[in-house]
Design a binder for this molecule. Structure first.
Ligand SMILES: Cc1cc2nc3c(=O)[nH]c(=O)nc-3n(C[C@H](O)[C@H](O)[C@H](O)COP(=O)(O)OP(=O)(O)OC[C@H]3O[C@@H](n4cnc5c(N)ncnc54)[C@H](O)[C@@H]3O)c2cc1C
Length: 348
């Protein structure tokens, strides 16, 4: 079978890329092994201002409106909600953070994302106050990926299997099993560290764990950010996470992460009564050494393409990056400079 693009991986990256290419009338096949999908575990948070210094994410002014519009279009198409906009309260933890926060509030370019410092908020334990953040929310990644998978299946564009690298023949033409693609686009998440053609890209994957639980009492209806985060899913259910562990030897959940997450939540929200832990999940973020995505073609095999490295910012960065890569592949537009893997070509 001849196709334009064979996409390896149906996480958020592979899914949105396949969707975008199909919208542009390209023949696409998506292959996924249903093994280790970070997108299905992720909280999907979009938070434009992060870190101890309250800094805007790189190019957030471009990424954010694009992502919000993109998710809205998908919602309209599938008649299903995929993005929940919700204000975030960032707990200020010390004097240093308070000063940084006050500085940002009067700084140009931050008004769209920050409201004000509020000294207290009902039920939240704070000594230094809370920063009210705007334009925050979370992507419902699991429903979105399930819906897109159904769509790909309906288009005969989905195969559930492991793509073994040894089965890919590069010359004289690309071929994998019975499929002859013009391009193969690798979207394998952190598993790409095993990809023989792109092993020179410096990933720094980080394991994370998340707890989903319920409370018998009505919970706070804002996202709380206190180093970890608390996300209300409805009036009684919430998620809390995520741990940060450089040991990626497995994706098993651990009792140490569980107690750390519950302890930090209890410190900031002591009144929260937890009656049931629905689940605890672990996954590995495809984080990169320079914190920018890895996008572009292999320096020698131009029809092998890489779309990965979205770290903990997949929900924010994937939609625009996806359009950028598709414009590059179809119309030869340049890849966003900070994301282009040509910055590491000398390492091959
Ligand atoms: C605990 C945790 C919390 C997170 N929280 C957030 C958050 O709040 N906000 C946010 O934006 N991001 C968050 N992230 C990061 C987010 O998950 C990633 O940015 C994004 O989901 C990466 O998507 P991806 O498609 O690149 O990779 P993945 O979602 O991992 O998808 C890769 C897919 O490819 C498949 N695959 C790999 N190799 C092969 C092969 N050879 N053959 C077939 N299939 C293959 C895998 O099994 C998988 O299904 C979090 C991640 C974790 C782990």
């Amino acid at each position: 079978m001849d196709v334009d693009y064979l996409i390896i991986g149906q996480g958020l990256a592979g899914s949105l890329l396949a969707w975008e290419l199909i919208q542009r009338d390209k023949k696409v096949i998506v292959v996924d092994n249903n093994k280790e999908n970070a997108s299905l575990i992720a909280a999907g948070l979009i938070n434009p201002v992060t870190g101890m210094r309250f800094v805007k994410s790189t190019d957030v002014d471009h990424y954010l409106p694009f992502a919000l519009h993109y998710y809205q279009q998908l919602s309209l198409y599938f008649q299903q909600t995929f993005y929940v906009e919700k204000p975030m309260l960032r707990v200020i933890r010390n004097d240093k953070e308070l000063i940084a926060c006050q500085k940002r509030l009067i700084q140009a370019g931050y008004q769209d994302y920050l409201s004000k410092i509020t000294p207290s908020f009902p039920l939240v334990n704070t000594s230094y106050g809370l920063l009210e953040q705007k334009q925050t929310g979370y992507l419902l990644t699991q429903p979105l990926l399930k819906r897109l998978k159904k769509y790909f299946i309906s288009k005969n564009a989905y195969i559930k299997t492991d793509c073994l690298y040894d089965d890919i023949k590069l010359v004289p033409n690309l071929i994998w099993k019975h499929i002859r693609p013009k391009h193969i686009i690798f979207c394998e998440g952190y598993l790409a560290i095993q990809n023989p053609w792109f092993s020179w890209l410096p990933f720094q994957p980080v394991k994370g764990e998340i707890i989903t639980a319920s409370s018998p009492k009505k919970i706070i209806d804002s996202i709380l950010n206190y180093g970890q985060w608390f996300i209300p899913l409805n009036s009684h259910q919430f998620r809390t996470g995520a741990s940060f562990d450089r040991n990626i030897s497995d994706t098993k959940t651990t009792s140490s992460s569980k107690s750390m997450l519950l302890k930090s939540l209890n410190q900031v929200y002591p009144d929260l009564i937890l009656d049931h832990i629905i689940n605890q999940q672990a996954g590995i973020r495809p984080t990169t050494l320079d914190k920018h995505p890895f996008i572009g073609s292999h320096p020698h095999y131009k029809n092998l393409v890489f779309f990965n490295g979205f770290g903990a910012k997949g929900s924010l960065q994937i939609p625009l990056s996806c359009q950028n890569l598709v414009d590059h592949l179809i119309n030869n537009q340049p890849i966003i400079l900070t994301n282009d893997i040509s910055r590491y070509y000398e390492k091959t």
